[in-house]
Design a protein around this ligand. Sequence first.
Ligand SMILES: Nc1ncnc2[nH]cnc12
Ligand SMILES: [Zn+2]
Length: 355
Amino acid sequence: MCQSPLHDFLQGLPKCEHHVHLEGCLTPELIFQLAERNGITLPDPATNPAYASVEALTTRYEHFTSLDDFLHFYFEGMAVLKKEQDFADLAWSYFQKAHADGVHHAEVFFDPQVHQSRGVPYQTIVAGFSAGCQRAERALGLSTRLILCFVRHLPVASAKEVYEEFLSHQHFESGVVHGLGWSSSEVGPPKDMFRELYASAAEKKVPLTAHAGEEGDPSYISTALELGAERIDHGIRLIENPELMQRVAREGILLTVCPLSNVRLRCVPSVADVPVRRFLEAGVKFSINSDDPAYFGGYILDNYCAVQEAFNLSVLEWRIIAENSVQESWIEDSRKATLLERIETHVKEHLSGSV
Ligand SMILES: Nc1ncnc2[nH]cnc12
Ligand SMILES: [Zn+2]
């Protein structure tokens, strides 16, 4: 729990999460449990001491040296997911934690190519994650959106295959998958590798987002926008290009910022170096998110608290962040109105001294 006097206010503040990878919610405990349940052999601790125990794995996660160092463990860990129920259980475990942290709406990523590459069918993955979303909607009153991510470390041909499955199952039209994103290694593969796929999806009016400006310079952000992304995941290196920053502010493009992730992956030395204040001053819209909470030492409330400890924001500034998070969510206007009302009530209660 954070020490800030605003802790209770932040806990109760209605939140929208826009940047969390369901596979990034796979805790070391769940990795060991699912490996046992599915008869999967984890890497040999004799050569990979990180896998000696839950504690050893947790400790290893505190020492990532880069995005790619983290991705190695992230892809290795997700090999324990095999059956539809595994995917459903994983999603449900995230939604319960998010609900406890005051999340009312969650847009969640998943990486089908990586599961398919080890023989799990597309339908198993989507059916499991979608069941987890439906359970959260029913049992917790959360609204949810699934966002399918293409991964940059695998060939474009494999992204094309998954896109064709997404189209043939009519997953966009039926609302099962709401949008598309891209993620994984940033620097290295061609910036515009998904040009063709994004052009096709944009024509069908599929909402698009993209990881950019995390490790990569601002040209990764401008390329993502050029390809049709309407939102940018991370985007912290935007501050290196003032002209682009002005454009992002002017066009109301949302950045889905993940402070604890940025520190763990050494994109910044500390949360105080995430450009939260600069973005607020420049009128750049952003939300605060957990990215891969099982790997980065905190869920969304921990990220809100870390920002508060670093920047000492006012209640009014938090209100702006919360309202922008609602306004830029991929939800119907009626749901936005409900969430905005909840924020207003919460702020008023806090200011009147009852929260
Ligand atoms: N922080 C991150 N950046 C890029 N790809 C990811 N996949 C999961 N987490 C990611
Ligand atoms: Zn991410």
